[in-house]
Every structure is written in structure tokens, then in C-alpha cells.
Design a binder for this molecule. Sequence first.
Ligand code: HEC
Ligand code: HEC
Ligand code: HEC
Ligand code: HEC
Length: 152
Amino acid sequence: MKKSLMLIACMFFLSTAMFAQNTYIGSAKCKMCHNSPAKGEQFKKWSESKHAKALASLTGADATNAKCLKCHAPVSAFKAEGVNCEACHGAGSAYKSPTVMKDAAQSKAKGLIIPGEKDCLICHGKGLGNPKEKDFNYATYSAKSAHKAPKK
Ligand code: HEC
Ligand code: HEC
Ligand code: HEC
Ligand code: HEC
């Protein structure tokens, strides 16, 4: 029991240390390679989504309230982007290069996150201080925010 806790603590330390140098680069950088129709227009789809407009939903004092920003604009360096690419996919400085990006395993090793339901629940879960909380259904919500490349 104690041993496994130690192991978890070590792994946590290692993973934070490994990604500590990763910094946020902003969605405009992702756009350079992820906006062509052939690849699925991820930037366009995202910019038309509610995630991209999440900061605008906060009015008055809420727009600078850390309790709201932690979900509506979690990447403070790119606050205006709301819930941006890197809020879900992880800070991009280390995985953004074309050679790394072309290799899915390398990208993950450099900090790319391919999110699943549990990652959505960090913000869409219950009792987390969201005054407009709604029921979250992964299938319907992920269909609404989908931005996959067209099938070849
Ligand atoms: C220099 C070009 C380039 C930049 C910049 C770039 N990517 Fe990529 N990305 C690629 C390429 C190439 C692939 C491989 C798949 C493909 O051809 O579309 C890829 C794949 C991905 C994948 C799918 C990986 C998988 O395993 O399925 C995700 C997610 C992704 N990129 C997110 C991002 C995000 C987020 C950013 C910005 C922080 C970003 N990319 C910046 C070129 C780039
Ligand atoms: C960093 C926090 C955060 C994460 C992570 C997150 N979301 Fe969201 N999501 C939001 C916020 C905030 C809104 C509301 C934006 C607004 O309208 O102001 C939202 C809205 C949405 C909406 C629009 C709902 C509607 O009423 O039209 C969909 C769909 C959605 N999210 C899907 C997802 C899915 C699927 C995931 C996981 C892959 C996810 N979200 C992860 C914060 C997040
Ligand atoms: C735990 C994450 C979280 C926190 C904290 C949070 N929100 Fe949200 N907020 C969301 C999500 C997720 C949605 C989208 C809910 C849905 O449509 O399913 C949302 C939706 C909203 C909406 C509705 C947007 C629309 O047009 O549909 C408003 C307004 C809002 N939040 C305001 C706030 C305010 C004000 C605060 C701070 C007091 C706050 N939120 C804190 C996650 C959060
Ligand atoms: C709310 C979280 C969220 C945001 C914001 C987000 N993504 Fe994603 N992204 C996902 C999820 C979830 C998947 C699908 C994972 C899977 O295959 O099930 C995905 C998949 C992808 C893929 C792989 C597409 C494919 O064909 O498999 C790329 C590329 C990508 N995202 C790029 C981006 C870029 C670029 C942005 C910003 C313009 C962005 N994403 C914003 C959650 C997000």
C-alpha cells in the first residue's frame, strides 16, 4: 500500500518534471497545420464552437473571476481563446514540430493529450462551481464538438 503510493507519487513527479518545460503556444499556431478541409478544419470547427466563445459568456466581474476562468479560459496566456486547443490537448511547445506531430507515439511522449470522457468531466462534471451546470452525456457532447479528419 505504502509502496504503491510512493510509486504513484514518483510517477507524478516524473511526469510533471518531464512536461515542466512545455509551454502554451496558442491556437493560431495549431491553425497553421490543422485548418485544411482535407484534414478536417479543426481550427474552423473549434472557432465556431462554444468552447472558443467561453470567455465571452462571462460578463462583468465574472470575466476576471478565477473561479470562473479555471473552466472558461484555463490557459491564462491565451485567455481570449476561451477553452482552446491546448486546454484539451496539452501545452504544445514540445509536440508542435512536424516530425514529432507525424508520429502519434512521439507526440504523446512530448505531452500531446488525446482526451476522453474523464478529461471532459474536469469541467463538465457535477458540483464543481458551474452555476449553469447541465447533465453531461459524452456521446452527444463529443458528437457536437467533433473535429475529426474526414475518413480516407
Ligand atoms: C507544423 C504542423 C503542425 C502544427 C503546428 C501542429 N500540428 Fe498537430 N499534427 C500535425 C500532423 C502532420 C499530424 C499527423 C496527422 C495528420 O497528418 O493530420 C498532427 C496530428 C495531431 C493530432 C492527432 C494525433 C493522433 O494521435 O491522433 C492532434 C490531436 C494534434 N495534431 C493537435 C495539435 C495541436 C493542439 C496543435 C497546437 C498546439 C498542433 N497539433 C500543432 C501537424 C501539426
Ligand atoms: C477546460 C474546461 C473544459 C473542458 C476540458 C471541456 N469543456 Fe466543453 N465546455 C466548457 C465550457 C466552459 C463550456 C461553455 C462555453 C460557453 O458557452 O460559455 C463548454 C461547452 C461545451 C459544449 C457546448 C454545449 C452546448 O450547450 O452547446 C460541448 C458540446 C462541449 N463543451 C463538449 C465537450 C467535450 C466532449 C469535452 C471533452 C472532450 C469537453 N467539452 C471538455 C469547458 C470545457
Ligand atoms: C467546473 C467548470 C466551470 C466553472 C467553475 C464555471 N463554469 Fe460556467 N460553464 C461550464 C460548462 C461546462 C458550461 C456548459 C454547460 C453545458 O452546456 O453543458 C458552462 C456554461 C456557462 C454559461 C452558459 C453559457 C451559454 O451561453 O450557454 C454561463 C453564463 C456560465 N457558465 C457562467 C459561469 C460563471 C459566471 C462562473 C463563475 C461563477 C462559471 N460559469 C464557472 C463550466 C464551468
Ligand atoms: C474540448 C476539448 C477539445 C478542444 C478544445 C480541441 N480538441 Fe481536438 N480533439 C478532442 C477530442 C475529444 C478528440 C478526439 C479523440 C478521439 O479520437 O476520440 C480530438 C481530436 C483532434 C484531432 C485528431 C483528428 C482525427 O482525425 O482523429 C486533431 C488534429 C485535433 N483534435 C486538433 C485540435 C485543434 C487544432 C484544436 C484547436 C483549434 C482542438 N483540437 C481543440 C478534444 C478537443
